[in-house]
Design a protein around this ligand. Sequence first.
Ligand code: GLC
Length: 476
Amino acid sequence: MKVLYCASEALPFLATGGLADVAGSLPKALVSKKVSCRVVLPLYDSISQEMKDKMKFVTSISVPVAWRRQYCGVYEARVGDVIYYLIDNQYYFKRTGGIYGHFDDAERFAFFSRAILEMLPYVDFKPDVIHANDWQTALVSVYYRLFYANSEWYSGIKTLFTIHNIQYQGQYGMDLIEDVLGIPYHDKDLIEFDNSVNLMKGAIECSNWVSTVSPSYAKEILDPWFSHKLDSILKERAWKLSGILNGIDVESYNPETDKVIHSPFTTESLQKKADNKRELQKELGLQQNDKVPLIGMVTRLVSHKGLDLVKEGIDNIMQYSNAQVAILGSGDKEYEEHFCWMQEKYPERFVIYVGFVPTLSRKIYAGSDLFLMPSKSEPCGLSQMIALRYGSIPVVRKTGGLNDSISDVGDGKGNGYTFTSYSTGDMVNTLHRALHDYNSQPEKWKEYVAHAMQCDNSWKKSADEYISLYQSLLKR
Ligand code: GLC
């Protein structure tokens, strides 16, 4: 079976969020299971020179973008056993100031989506399934339906669209429909929602199947509290909606071989986890003390990650427990400023590092005892799985992928601490429950840590689920 995986970012080329982790690890897992899966992504100028050096020029073609025709270079790179195609056009992808958020994003990703389809005959790869992800590649399914499905070379390809986060839909003015997206006006219903262009809605409409990154989130997005308005569209198409939980790259995230952390460890050498904690405390200016529980967070500082609860509740934890807190992330000023103030109020106990430093994130996973993720919504979440792998016990709100990957230790089999309602009180109580267990039952805690590290969040099982889904599409 041949699958083309379309993404706007993928490790090890470039990452801004969880999609890049998935696009860098699911294809690898599929290839190891004999699926011929290739990945396509834009050749951003900001990709490192080291990765650019791995790319070979394949061909150049011209790609329609509404009435324009644009240059499109196709490059190929191999990472392990996976072949990546990189779509080059400097006008669209040589930008400063981030890979998204430009005035012409709709045009940039319309070009990318069209280029994906146009390049296929030239690279001689006819996929059985095109698997697109998020709003940036949502147009692939729309263009396939409109312009390719009936042509001989392309006929019979099935399309799958995965929603990694329904909040980001790709909404633009209706004036773009013909002039920029090149969609005939009489087909505008495919892509119109709420008097705007909505790329995600277009993909939900036109793809053979729609998936999300956890079974719980697949149910949640039928509810207006989670759907960012798309519930009505999804409810009508619930027959073609399902959820498959993401895995993580367990080779990259491996506390036994991780070169970044101070002292690699396994379940057999848990005392070394304490070394990592001491080093982390030193590096971040926290008091070096093995005995106090260290709560870690690695997160974007935005509301849907549950930061309102943390902002409101963390002072209670600082006052009524011996815990230390280390936060790594950036985002809304409101949270950054509040946590900077907490850092002043609780020197050597509370620290925020504003920014994102991948090496520091690994040190936080390895050095913390508890990992806090009180998300308001969480399509899947990868951090809780990485935390488990490094023996940091997750404290999470039961939503989306957090609900599907973490269960409470209270039931005797669980791997974390959970609470249900989106309330500061519930988060604070759950943290106190966890801190109490940490302080009062050190032997039991070691068992929790060892159990957490043994949880299997590799892609093994989920890659099989994707393969079954692809196979079911081919039979339709
Ligand atoms: C998005 C979601 C996150 C998910 C990731 C990968 O970033 O917000 O929950 O883990 O995509 O699918």
